[in-house]
Design a binder for this molecule. Structure first.
Ligand code: GDP
Ligand code: MG
Length: 205
């Protein structure tokens, strides 16, 4: 068993159902996009390793199993989050209007020590759709929302066309490092404790 010093960062992805949360994560972690709509089932997070400056970082990215549609996500989902990624669809006004609720819900559930400095990031997804003709939320509107919330970083993305996905997740990792929990991990895949937490928290569908 090898021992390496890594920084583990828990990133959670929130937003209305259908905005592309799972697709963004898959595009980033597996570099693939699937057209078919499928609610996320099974594994609640994926891990991926990267380097930020001279630091070895493991990003643990938590996705919902589709529960965002009809029930709350449970404490295990939010517990210990280092960064919260909010996603909306630039073609669906309702998904933008929901951002306040997701932001508020996160702060309520995760209860970070300092809500004003907790790292959020906003992704406006599906910018590829119909060459931008069906877009209803302007970049300015999104940036104004970010400015009203302690200057949240903003990226416009397409999980389908792989636009800005790497850049956004790199920024997410950097932002999350602000809230780091440095630990020595005897890293053999996924730490058991996390698995147990996940099952106890009822995050799996
Ligand atoms: P989630 O419910 O937020 O996890 O959304 P999904 O990732 O399951 O995506 C919902 C639907 O939108 C699926 O049919 C995806 O293929 C599609 N989708 C996701 N991202 C994009 C994108 O950037 N562009 C386009 N055109 N479709 C996307
Ligand atoms: Mg999903």
């Amino acid at each position: 068993m090898s021992m390496r010093k890594r920084t583990l960062l828990k990133v959670i992805v929130l937003g209305d159902s259908g905005v592309g949360k799972t697709s963004l994560m898959n595009q980033y972690v597996h570099m693939k996009f699937t057209q078919q709509y499928k609610a996320t089932i099974g594994a609640d997070f994926v891990t991926t390793e990267l380097q930020i400056d001279d630091r070895d970082v493991t990003l643990q990215i938590w996705d919902t199993a589709g529960q965002e549609r009809f029930q709350s996500l449970g404490v295990a989902f939010y517990r210990g989050a280092d960064c919260c990624v909010l996603v909306y669809d630039v073609n669906v006004m309702k998904s933008f209007d929901s951002l306040d609720n997701w932001h508020e819900e996160f702060l309520k559930q995760a209860n970070p020590t300092d809500p004003r400095t907790f790292p959020f990031i906003l992704l406006g997804n599906k910018i590829d759709v119909d060459g931008g003709n069906t877009r209803v939320v302007s970049e300015k509107k999104a940036k104004d929302w970010c400015a009203s919330k302690e200057n949240i970083p903003y990226f416009e993305t397409s999980a389908k066309e792989d636009i800005n996905v790497d850049v956004a997740f790199h920024c997410i990792a950097k932002t999350a490092l602000v809230n780091e929990r440095e630990q020595d991990i005897y890293f053999q895949g996924i730490p058991d404790a996390v698995n147990e937490t996940e099952q106890r928290g009822g995050c799996a569908c």
